[in-house]
Design a protein. Structure first.
Lengths: 162, 162
DNA sequence: CAATATAATTAGTTTGCCTAACAAATTAAA
DNA sequence: TTTAATTTGTTAGGCAAACTAATTATATTG
């Protein structure tokens, strides 16, 4: 077997085994992983001084369909972490922002996550960690462009993700 | 913010974005990803000259619970890709092996996968690909030992995976 | 203004996994 | 040697996270 094929198999193995890791599956502070991800996304969106994110924007950032976002927001609203508000300039749009409680919880969850990744950085070493982040990002690009090419021939743009 | 925290955040970002990549979600040859994974596992198990894998062994290799394996095997059996057979030396055990059709399909699916990873190796470069595989494996170890430590204090062994 | 397009939601489905409860077979104990 | 405990696999049922299709409300355009 060629060296390149062997490397390809090693990579495949590594990805398959890694996919099972539960760093993202565990609930944080009693909220579901998907909810936490949405909270992170909203927090990021609020950093900019533009108005709060719309459902459609969140959908693009998280790369999930609008119904998924609506569902998650309903849950988070019920928990009192986010608020809906109508956009007066386009009353079809719904702006989502964190409540005070939501802000606190999100920050807390973020801390937990970053801390656990602190551990990983210690384990791998600073330089290796950076390299891993870079390589993963490159691999991500490879797969997404490949998928895009396969699913929707000749479509460009919209590569912003959360 | 400290450099280490910044690196931790970069890693976190990289993982979160990568988690969404669909290299594993796409169905292959009309079979569900989870089914294909199981097929790979069985193929691996058959390489050794020991008897065909038992449900419990597959469960350990794939790191899923036995009911999950039973379910998948039921599907694969219905599609005629695998066969159950009783182990005469312990009639509780069920040995799983690929049918001729199953063997063909599995090989084909494997080729598809490896080919797509060929592309990744070309994209990243040989050396970088190897390093990515290594770093992912290390990260995998970090997370699994961490999880093990958190969930079941002081348990060792059984680190073989598929 | 009528037709069409867009934003969000509702309803229902799929995939992948889980836990709980159990039957059958095996092993250990009385 | 029955009885009790354990192991192996299965069934049943459920939950999380995503999807598609259809609906409602609002905007935009011919």
């Amino acid at each position: 077997m060629s060296t390149e094929t062997e490397t390809a198999q090693r990579l495949l193995q590594a990805f398959m085994q890694f996919k099972r890791v539960e760093w993202h599956r565990r609930s944080v502070l009693g909220y579901k992983p998907s909810e936490v991800k949405l909270l992170f996304c909203i927090l990021r969106g609020e950093k900019t001084d533009s108005p709060a994110l719309k459902v459609s924007e969140i959908s693009q950032l998280l790369q999930v369909t609008p119904p998924t976002v609506t569902q998650l927001i309903k849950e988070l609203e019920a928990s009192g972490l986010v608020e809906r508000s109508m956009d007066p300039s386009d009353r079809r749009s719904v702006r989502i922002r964190l409540t005070q409680k939501g802000f606190t919880v999100t920050k807390q969850a973020r801390n937990e996550f970053v801390n656990s990744f602190h551990g990983l950085v210690e384990y791998l070493g600073e330089a290796e960690s950076r390299q891993l982040a870079d390589l993963l990002t490159q691999a991500f690009r490879y797969f997404t462009t490949k998928e895009a090419a396969e699913n929707r021939p000749s479509v460009q743009g919209e590569d912003e993700r959360c």
